[in-house]
Design a protein around this ligand. Structure first.
Ligand code: SAM
Length: 266
């Protein structure tokens, strides 16, 4: 399924997204290459470790049943598009089961890391989830897990992302997206910003990747401030209004604030 092969879902005339700072992607690539470096999330004086190994390179043995259930639910809708695929851990799961899937990520270094993990070059693309480099109706399913839909920043922004997911999927398409439910969070949650509306909150932080060069200098790469909209499942349903999507299931791990939602085309 390369760019040039007939029937490819990928639009060959799109330019790669320009990224200036890419601390998350650099951290993934450094981990993949066994190079030193530390990723942190920073919100003012609050700092949290980026947990690159535990999160972006986790393997199926450590995943909960709800994760695998969502991957399985998309497997019969191949080809699958993994939006914000990172270093490709979910793409590897489908590849191991001969399920056809392609990955798009805004980070060129994340895509490099995914390639170096053995994923096929022609199935990995740098691109933006708001303007996917994918042909209309070319995929059967979209998977966007890592709370990146929250980067829509508002319910209207999430609706825009969902409309773009609808554009690239077939009429019987399915999607899995995720978020944190603010009705189960408080201001102890990293980067939390409240909102007067029930079921809505925000999360702000930026990423930093710090490493030491071979000649002993310390280098720190700072990403832009990320602003996420956190929304409850009920608010996610509100965001689907005006799109062809309908939320058909939500899955939580151990009843916690994090959830995945399954969306089907109406
Ligand atoms: C939390 S990570 C999740 C990565 C992967 N899905 C996983 O579970 O390991 C979010 C990913 O979304 C990507 N991302 C952020 N904004 C994006 C955008 N506008 N378009 C495409 N990818 C984006 C980031 O580069 C990052 O790799």
């Amino acid at each position: 399924m390369s760019r040039d092969r007939p029937g490819s879902p990928v639009q060959s005339d799109r330019r790669a997204t320009r990224v200036t700072a890419d601390p998350l992607g650099k951290a993934m690539l450094a981990h993949q290459r066994d190079e030193p470096g530390r990723l942190v999330y920073r919100d003012g004086a609050d700092v949290q470790d980026g947990n690159v190994a535990a999160f972006y390179f986790s393997t199926p043995e450590s995943w909960g049943p709800e994760t695998v259930e969502c991957l399985e639910r998309l497997a019969d809708r191949e080809p699958i598009l993994d939006v914000g695929c990172g270093a490709g851990k979910h793409l590897l799961w489908w590849a191991d089961r001969d399920v056809e899937a392609v990955g798009v990520d805004a980070s060129p270094n994340a895509i490099r890391a995914a390639r170096e993990r053995g994923l096929e070059e022609g199935r990995l693309f740098v691109g933006d989830m708001f303007d996917l480099p994918i042909e209309t109706g070319a995929v059967g399913a979209v998977h966007a897990v890592g709370t990146q839909i929250g980067l829509g920043r508002s319910l209207a922004g999430i609706r825009t992302v969902l409309a773009e997911f609808a554009r690239v999927t077939a009429d019987d398409g399915r999607a899995v997206v995720d978020n944190y439910d603010p009705t189960r969070l408080d201001d102890g949650f990293f980067g939390y910003r409240s909102d007067p509306r029930t079921g809505i909150a925000h999360r702000c932080f930026h990423l930093e990747f710090e490493r030491e060069t071979p000649d002993g200098d310390r280098r720190r790469e700072l990403g832009r401030t990320l602003q996420f909209l956190l929304c409850s499942p009920a608010r996610l349903r509100e965001a689907t209004i005006g799109t062809p999507w309908c939320v058909t299931a939500t899955r939580r791990a151990n009843g916690d604030a994090y959830y995945r939602a399954v969306l089907e085309r109406r």
